[in-house]
Design a protein around this ligand. Sequence first.
Ligand code: 6R9
Length: 649
Amino acid sequence: MSDALFPVPAEWAEHALIDSATYLEKYQRSIDDAAGFWRDEAQRIDWIEPFHTVKDTSFDEADFHIRWFEGGKLNITANALDRHLETRGDQVAIIWEPDNPSETVRKITYRELHRDVCRFANVLKSRGVKKGDRVTIYLPMVPEAAISMLACARIGAVHSVVFAGFSPDALAGRIEDCQSNIVITADEGLRGGKPIPLKANVDAACDKVAVETVIMLRRTGADVQIVSGRDVDWTEVMDGASSDCPAELMDAEDPLFILYTSGSTGKPKGVLHTTGGYAVWTSMTHQYVFDYKPNADGKMPVYWCAADVGWVTGHSYVVYAPLINGATQVMFEGVPNFPDHSRFWEVIDKHQVEIFYAAPTALRALMREGDEWVTKTSRKSLRLLGSVGEPINPEAWDWYHRVVGDRRCPIVDTWWQTETGGAMITPLPGATALKPGSASKPMFGVKPEIVDNDGNIQAGATDGPLVITDSWPGQMRTVYGDHDRFFQTYFNTFPGMYFTGDGCKRDEDGYYWITGRIDDVINVSGHRMGTAEVESALVAHDSVSEAAVVGMPHDIKGQGIYAYVTTNADVEDTEDLRAELVKWVRKEIGPIATPDAIQFAPGLPKTRSGKIMRRILRKIAENDVSNLGDTSTLADPSVVDDLLANRKK
Ligand code: 6R9
């Protein structure tokens, strides 16, 4: 923890939507009079029919339910598109910056986006997609990703975006879980100059699960296999489609999307978000956290969230909230270090970005390359910086603040999760004095608490598991197809409360400091990996009999993946096998799951009841071996000696 405190700059206190007094007042009201507060905030959305009940929620097992804005009818795309046409139809909604800066930038106005979304919605309809059907989207960071998502929402279909870095197997598992029979993809993706064979991956996935239609966008023009009767070309089907598509009337609690995320057990869960609460929550948080409003000249500031649409940050803060709020935003196809380490800052200068939101892992990687890549660019347009995805260490915070933001720009360190839909604990730039590394204070309507291991709420400065004790509009509503798993995962550990899976400290000033996951989830470069997922990929290999995976500290990724692998008796533990296992996991899950270290272990530390003692494995991976704690309950304490002797550096 750092002791530094950065007061709210005077011009922010004066001009921001929320100053410190307003924050306190609004926060108090959001807790004391939740219904009144949210009735007012919900007016930011155009409701086709008004809701009759603001909030009807209970986290108790006997009466477990979460419903917001019941009776309300809306369409989120009418809010993101149609309502802007009259006032800002010709305003640029999306500035698309391609992977390679020498390729042409695309600028898409609200009118054009509306037209393309309507067209693509008609394409989906003509393929038999109806309200409630699931549509899988496996696309790179191109405007068509947003168009596809919005087209689904237009007609009430439920999108499931699968990150384009996931393997064919991971894709097939997600298609199967939500039983979608249509996939939208591209011939190839492009990242850092390297092509990613998306269509070939879809073909491989389709060998495992039956899919009726594949719509393919041509991004690179690569030679790909076309399966006749199943595959159709994006441009061809769009050409004939009408741009008139009325927005489907959706209930506030109708599903909007499914997004798969890793948990501590089992396969990834389909996190389901619904329409009304998500629309209110994401647009409100986006407006207040980024102080998003017209500049003095009436123009909307250029906003850039560098997250991929394959993650929740891309859903909430690239696609839905900015468009609902009428933003002009940059959508970036590439990576921070291509063609060189100045790319982020050059894009900021090129498009005069005022608000920039990125992940600490990217900042740490760039920080390592030296300041000059940053300082040779202007960055004068920047006013506000944001961070999301993992704890930002004070060194990276300081670099972001001092070098990137020239000490001028506040940093909003936003803590939230796929499950929470939008920012939960975060500074507001005009209201919150900043402490580097702290996500600071709760957003309106959020009641965080820190509990002890028995679930007793702790007062004052303390640390422990972080829970949220009451519902907020953007909360996930279920695990797709497994409502019981939803309850068991989040509401069973500490009855009556939502358990975040994160550990947290609260200091004397009431600031929250997220310390990281305390369940079996590893946060690799801001991406969640379940240890169970990597383990099951490893044991699926013929040579492996058992595997245990834990996190290890990693300078750039935050956490790396450390795998202990027990091979079959007749297998030799060679370097070749190690390399093969790394490749295997990449193939099974995708490059984000690449193990950073594999240690061959003839035995794993197990209790007499057969439970692997991960605490010991974590300590060895962290090289914190001076105190391994009590090992006396191990069935065979001698395995620990072998583990210590063969630790991977
Ligand atoms: C939005 C997103 C969620 C997990 C979460 C926590 C970590 C996210 C953070 C942060 C510290 C922040 N996390 N933001 N930790 N400070 N500002 O990242 O969602 O992919 O579901 O990950 O990420 O551990 O529980 P998701």
